[in-house]
Design a protein around this ligand. Sequence first.
Ligand code: S3P
Length: 171
Amino acid sequence: MNIDYNIMLIGFMGVGKTTVSRELAKSLGMQEIDMDSYIVEHENMKIADIFSEYGEYYFRNVETDCLIEIQKRKGRIVSCGGGVVLRDENIMYMKDGGVIVLLTATPQTVYDRVKYSTERPILNGNMNVEYITELMAKRSERYEKVADLVVTTDDREVSDIVSEIIEKLKA
Ligand code: S3P
């Protein structure tokens, strides 16, 4: 499969974007970019430290700048930060030469996957299923509106998720 566009993986924290993008990149022989890692490198700071020192608004500006840079090259798999869909501007950049794949999981699955993480400032002090359910409900419409493909990740092997994405990309 010769892919000359970017595959943008989006979805809530803990749906498996980073893990899936790594495996998808291997399967398709494509280069993979993790937006959060890109931001950490660009700012030379951890995500949690960027939030605590400069605040969310600053982080979102860096996120947009990094997205613009990343989208200058095509044929990559991009694992996007969970909040990247919050700005209309970002969606415009993501759609430009990119197919958007939404990964989903239930709030309980997300909680089970991220409960010990201290690297997700949005969930700091709110690490519980109720909060995740509320925040996911607020964001769901946005995720679904921008997605070209939707793939669920609950109780599934990564290889199975990757196969489904490839099948859907071919269709
Ligand atoms: C965020 C998700 C995180 C990271 C930041 C904000 C969000 O990425 O970009 O902590 O607002 O949902 P992951 O979805 O990779 O955890």
